[in-house]
Design a protein around this ligand. Structure first.
Ligand code: SAM
Length: 698
């Protein structure tokens, strides 16, 4: 025997199998061999590769079996629960396009649809495709990273276009069919559809992430039980009642529906949902609402000292009488000459006025000590109520003034310059209120039933309002061209501006008045004046009108626009769900995995939030975002590896994520070990593993 080679018989003896099995391994390409006359020779090296692959396949097979068993256990557990109490339905298998069923999902960028503005604002993601596939991909890129999910799924009313592809009867309804109200499977289809999508979405949330789901009367009960099952029953989960129309609708002769619901589900750690507080301002300490320290009740007139160090926003705050804008009888008397440098008071100044908080019970002193006192642009002392610090500022489950459906339609038609573009757009105010409530200015928001893109628009508008850095991920299919003709053009127009002729209106301030409010009406009016004057917003409007309707005090900005409505800036990358390989994930071959590795670039770029491609060749790809980079070596062959390592070493970035092709999950790269800013990861096995877990979950 040659020391470096084995004959087929020697291998059969070594592996304790029949020689025919060895020939089969050779013929199928699993074992590399050289033909010598009638027999084969296998090098020691090839034999070791064969053994390693065999072990890997065995391990994968065992892992699959474990996953299958866990799935069985989960099913049994949930059956036991169901036998006692819970939601029972026929879990109908869902079919997808034939060519998709047995492939591996990825995201592919459509470069021509990118919207780019070099404006230091966030880059957002638009994804076209079935949300089931998009959520599968996002489970690799965004597991545990999403702060808030808002969805507005089909309500299953019987005429809202909800379709379900029942895998069992595909020959009868090859394209799926709209589910009619009298279908015996109506709720089962909807629940089967929603369950797997919500389960996939839940894993994307951060531990204190929140999911908001809009829903109507047809599925509220089923959805509540389903979500209780998925998120676990907790007191903190809730249902917001949202007043959806300005006026009652007369569609029904039994009861007119003026409200619908928004289910609120917290992931592991519930957070306080704060009240949106329109008209809030932000300083380095957080979002605050100014409230006047005056009552205009002359019985409260006294002298109090505004201390040195107080911020003064009023351009000319000087000794003497200062008349209130609204109330002729109300005024301040500034008794000392203020010295102001860079907007900060340099001396103690006594002010005579109708103080709402006084030193007598220490209330005024507390405002001063908390650094919440400031003098507004009208020259009146105000206190800042910080949203995070006000324990009473918790939101309620009754939303009467969070936009109305009529406004949603009107706005969408205006942006696209057509009538009746889409029947069900939500108003942006509803989503803005949701985003305000989680109180995170750099939140990542996902909407996987994005439709006309309202939630993305709302997020952009709120970022404009409070200088936020929130990022959206919107997913929608292209049913009735909703992505190509509505969602995409809407987001593009909002970002880049659009032609518009007419009146633009925006609600700037709203308050439902209580009796207590009426007692301090003057103060509220003063507050409104203050907001109008101080706020940058005021400069954007030709007219600001105030009205009171049904106890709701409202301030609306109006502007005549003739040609172009200015864009909000920001950038967007556009992706489509795509598919690689020829086998479903549980049976993916090495060939499928290689194809996945070649095509995983965008998935990795999204996972790292480095969305801009810098370089791509046959072997590697490099993405960038500001000073962070992702470098990917996606080929099994090492031909260009040295060049790749050189390239990575040449990158002057803050953080570099390096992905290299490997059959295993945890490789290390010695060549880069000395670089501190480099994190090494592998492809494609980690993607395969996450997808497998999903496959088993469903
Ligand atoms: C009720 S609409 C959402 C409306 C949206 N909130 C707005 O304001 O425009 C639901 C949307 O989800 C889309 N959709 C339905 N099933 C889907 C699926 N499986 N994957 C992706 N999108 C889907 C529909 O095309 C529809 O546009």
């Amino acid at each position: 025997m040659n020391e470096e080679f084995y004959t087929a018989q020697e291998l059969a003896d070594k592996l304790k199998v029949n020689i025919m099995t060895i020939y089969r391994y050779i013929n199928s390409g699993k074992l590399n061999a050289y033909k010598t006359g009638k027999d084969f020779r296998v090098s020691k090296e090839d034999y070791e590769v064969f053994l390693k692959n065999k072990q890997r396949n065995l391990l994968e097979e065992k892992n699959n079996q474990i996953l299958q068993l866990s799935k069985e256990i989960e099913k049994l557990k949930s059956n036991i629960k169901k036998q006692r109490y819970g939601l029972v339905w026929v879990d109908v298998p869902e079919a997808f396009e034939d060519d998709v069923e047995n492939k591996i999902p990825i995201l592919k960028e459509e470069k021509s649809l990118a919207i780019e503005n070099n404006d230091d604002k966030p880059t957002h993601l638009l994804i076209e495709g079935d949300n089931y596939h998009a959520l599968t991909c996002l489970n690799y890129t965004h597991k545990g990273k999403v702060d808030v999910i808002y969805i507005d799924p089909p309500y299953n009313t019987g005429n809202d276009g909800f379709r379900y592809k029942d895998k069992r009867i595909l020959d009868k309804y090859p394209d799926g069919t709209d589910v009619p109200k009298d279908s015996p499977y109506r709720h089962s289809y909807w629940l089967s559809f929603m369950k797997k999508r919500i389960e996939l979405a839940k894993t994307l949330l951060t531990s204190n992430g929140v999911m908001f789901i809009s829903i109507g009367n047809d599925e509220i009960a089923q959805l509540k039980l389903l979500c209780d099952e998925i998120f676990g029953e907790k007191d903190s989960h809730n249902i917001i009642h949202w007043k959806k129309n300005q006026k009652p609708q007369n569609a029904s002769n039994t009861i007119s529906e003026s409200a619908e619901y928004v289910l609120v589900y917290f992931n592991e750690k519930p957070i306080k949902l704060v009240r949106g507080m329109k008209g809030t301002r932000t300083d380095e300490r957080g979002s605050f609402k100014p409230s006047p320290l005056f009552t205009f009740d002359d019985r409260k007139r006294r002298t109090q000292t505004v201390p040195k160090g107080t911020p003064i926003e009023c351009k000319v705050w000087k000794k003497g009488k200062l008349q209130a804008v609204r109330n002729k009888l109300a005024y301040l008397n500034i008794l000392d000459e203020p010295i102001i440098k860079n907007g900060i008071l340099q001396n103690d100044v006594r002010v005579d006025g109708q103080w709402r908080k006084t030193d007598t019970n220490g209330e005024f002193q507390k405002v001063v000590e908390d650094n919440r006192l400031f003098v507004n642009s009208n020259g009146f002392p105000n206190e800042k109520s910080y949203r995070d610090e006000d324990s009473k500022n918790v939101n309620t489950n009754l939303w009467l003034n969070a936009g109305y459906n009529e406004l949603g339609k009107q706005l969408l038609d205006e942006i696209l310059g057509q009538d009746n573009v889409f029947p069900y757009p939500k108003p942006i105010e509803l989503i803005k209120e949701i985003l305000r409530s989680i109180n995170k200015q750099d939140a990542i928001m996902l909407d996987f039933f994005a439709g006309s893109g309202t939630s993305g628009h709302a997020l952009l508008d709120l970022n404009r309002e409070d200088d936020g850095k929130r990022q959206f991920i919107l997913v929608t299919d292209n049913e009735n061209n909703i992505m190509s003709e509505v969602c995409y053009p809407r987001i593009r127009n909002v970002i880049n501006g659009y032609d518009f002729s007419g009146k633009e209106k925006q609600v700037l301030f709203e308050k439902t008045l209580t009796l207590t409010d009426l007692k301090k009406a003057d103060a509220i009016l003063e507050e409104i004046d203050g907001i109008t004057k101080e706020n940058e917003e005021s400069k954007r409007w030709d007219k600001i009108s105030k009205s009171i309707n049904d106890g709701l005090l409202k301030m609306v900005g109006e502007k005549n626009i003739e040609d172009k409505k200015g864009g909000l800036g920001n950038s967007v990358k556009f992706y489509r769900a795509d598919f690689v390989g020829e086998n479903n994930i549980m049976h993916s071959t090495d060939k499928d995995k290689l194809e996945l590795a070649y095509n995983a670039g965008e998935l990795l770029a999204i996972a790292e939030n480095t969305l801009y491609e810098q370089k791509k060749n046959q072997y590697y790809q490099i993405f960038k975002d500001k000073d962070r980079f992702t470098a990917i070596y996606f080929r099994e062959e090492m031909d260009e590896y040295d060049e790749f390592i050189e390239e990575v070493r040449g990158i002057r970035g803050k953080e570099i994520s390096v992905y290299v092709f490997s059959w295993e999950s945890d490789e290390s790269i010695y060549e880069l070990e000395d670089l501190k800013n480099v994190r090494i990861k592998t492809i494609p096995q980690p993607i395969v593993e996450i997808y497998k877990q999903i496959y088993n979950l469903i």
